[in-house]
Design a protein around this ligand. Structure first.
Ligand code: NDP
Length: 444
């Protein structure tokens, strides 16, 4: 049996009930086969794949807090420190009822390669809780965040592990967590990114993932003889990534005609009104029905359906496993030329394969959404320097990083005879640096 198959089998046996983690490891290792086969003896001796797929450590802890009725609630908190061979652990905190250890491990594993791809010195980690901030008062969110950080603060620090936002963790949650870290540890350090501008945050961090997604997509199109101008785009999600992806797509001359949330989706043939979307989602934290009610050109539909709309470019920006094989078939039938993942692993393995077989340009999340973590690393640099850069400085660095990521993965794919396979290219380019660092640092 090949080394990859042996490791995959062992992971499934050792980590039952973690299907998302199995899926992420399988996707990465499958596409690394040519690299692993070329170095099999060394990697086997070093147990490189076994070490790479076993987190350095993982924390699971109780998060008790008191709700507005005086009732004690209990959630579960997680932090998985996956790999710090190229820098301090770095990765977001997800607050969503679906969070469990397998989800956090899949995200932490993906983060290793994404962070490596940015070219910046950051390792891979991820955390979160099954707490749902939706429908909670500000005081309840603060109570949860303080309790969560009381435990998490034992494991993190500006030079060890620097968490950030993710689904359910926005500026409000980061603020409460930063305050509690400072209170407990008594140090003012860049321990979290995604902070408010008044206390060490970076300009352009809010926009970074969505903008970065479009910078990379534009470069991928350009290198394949297309551009963004005049293209019709379908976006899923209506959170941080979706909003700023929509904004940048419009700035590039494309037209985004859909957005979605966990209950339904909007089709707006005139183009999504980003200011209205921000008002509904960022200010009122309301459902998309409110967007449709305020916008005569928009239709609201319950359930799923974004990928049934005819488009040139699809940008899944909501969550994992939200673009299935039947969606990929609909996109291909409608003449879609490119799919770029704003979310983490939104496209199932079967859907990805179908898109690639049908010559749809496909940019995987670990490359396409790396703008968020790259800008977080720029926030860490600014915190260390005790300086703040302008929006334009950060945005232009972000653009350079995304263009560079695309060329790194394009080159890596070509080196292994997989031209145009950007999934393989991203995994190979991300893996090579981490593997080299792990071997150089010995058996630790
Ligand atoms: P937000 O919480 O801001 O938004 C998430 C969006 O996805 C919301 O519109 C939400 O709908 C929708 N959504 C969540 N779960 C589901 C579901 N099960 N079915 C359908 N829609 C769903 O998160 P972000 O925009 O920050 O993150 C989106 C994705 O991008 C995630 O995969 C995240 O890991 C990834 N990502 C984010 C980065 C960042 O910088 N923010 C960086 C890199 C990756 P509703 O409003 O109903 O909850």
């Amino acid at each position: 049996m090949s080394y990859v198959d042996e490791v995959l089998e062992r992971i499934i046996a050792k980590n039952p009930a973690e299907p998302e983690f199995h899926q992420a490891v399988k996707e990465v290792l499958e596409s690394l086969r040519p690299v692993i086969e070329a170095n099999e003896e060394t990697y086997r001796r070093e147990a490189l794949l076994e070490r790479l797929t076993e987190p350095d450590r993982q924390f699971k802890f109780r998060v008790p807090w008191v709700d507005d009725k005086g009732q004690v609630q209990v959630n579960t908190g997680y932090r998985v420190q996956f790999n710090n061979s190229i820098g301090p652990y770095k990765g977001g905190l997800r607050l969503h009822p679906s969070v469990n250890l397998g989800i956090i491990k899949f995200l932490g594993f993906e983060q290793i390669f994404k962070n490596s791809l940015t070219g910046l010195p950051i390792g891979g980690g991820k955390g979160g809780s099954d707490f749902d901030p939706k429908g909670k008062s500000d005081r309840e969110v603060m109570a949860f965040c303080q309790s969560f950080m009381t435990e998490l603060s034992k494991y993190i620090g500006a030079d060890t592990d620097v968490p950030a936002g993710d689904i359910g963790t926005g500026a409000r949650e980061i603020g409460y967590m930063f305050g509690q870290f400072k209170k407990i540890r008594g140090t003012y350090e860049g321990v979290l990114t995604g902070k408010g501008l008044a206390y060490g945050g970076s300009l352009a961090r809010t926009e970074a993932t969505g903008y970065g997604l479009l910078y990379l997509t534009e470069e991928m199109l350009k290198c394949n003889g297309h551009d963004m101008k005049g293209k019709v785009v379908c976006v899923s999600g209506s959170g941080n990534v979706a909003i700023y992806a929509t904004q940048k797509a419009h700035q590039m001359g494309a037209k985004v005609v859909t957005v979605s949330d966990s209950t339904g989706w909007v089709y707006d043939p005139e183009g999504i009104d980003v200011e209205l979307l921000k008002e509904v989602k960022e200010v009122k934290r309301a459902r998309l029905t409110e967007y449709a009610a305020a916008r005569p050109s928009a239709e609201y539909h319950e359930g799923r359906g974004v990928w049934s709309v005819k488009c040139d470019i699809a940008l899944p920006c909501a969550t994992q496993n939200e673009l299935f094989l039947e969606d990929a078939k609909a996109l291909v039938a409608n003449g879609c030329i490119a799919v770029a993942e704003g979310a983490n692993m939104p496209t199932t393995l079967e859907a990805t394969e179908y898109l690639q077989q049908n010559k749809v340009l496909f940019a995987p999340g670990k490359a396409a959404n790396a703008g968020g973590v790259a800008t977080s690393a720029l926030e860490m640099s600014q915190n260390s320097e005790r300086l703040s850069w302008t929006f334009e400085e950060v945005d232009s660095k972000l653009q350079g990083i995304m263009v560079n990521i695309f060329h790194n993965l394009d080159d890596a794919a070509k080196r292994y005879g997989k031209e145009g396979d950007y999934v393989a290219g991203a995994n190979i380019a991300g893996f090579e640096k981490v593997a080299e660092a792990m071997i150089a640092q010995g058996v630790v």
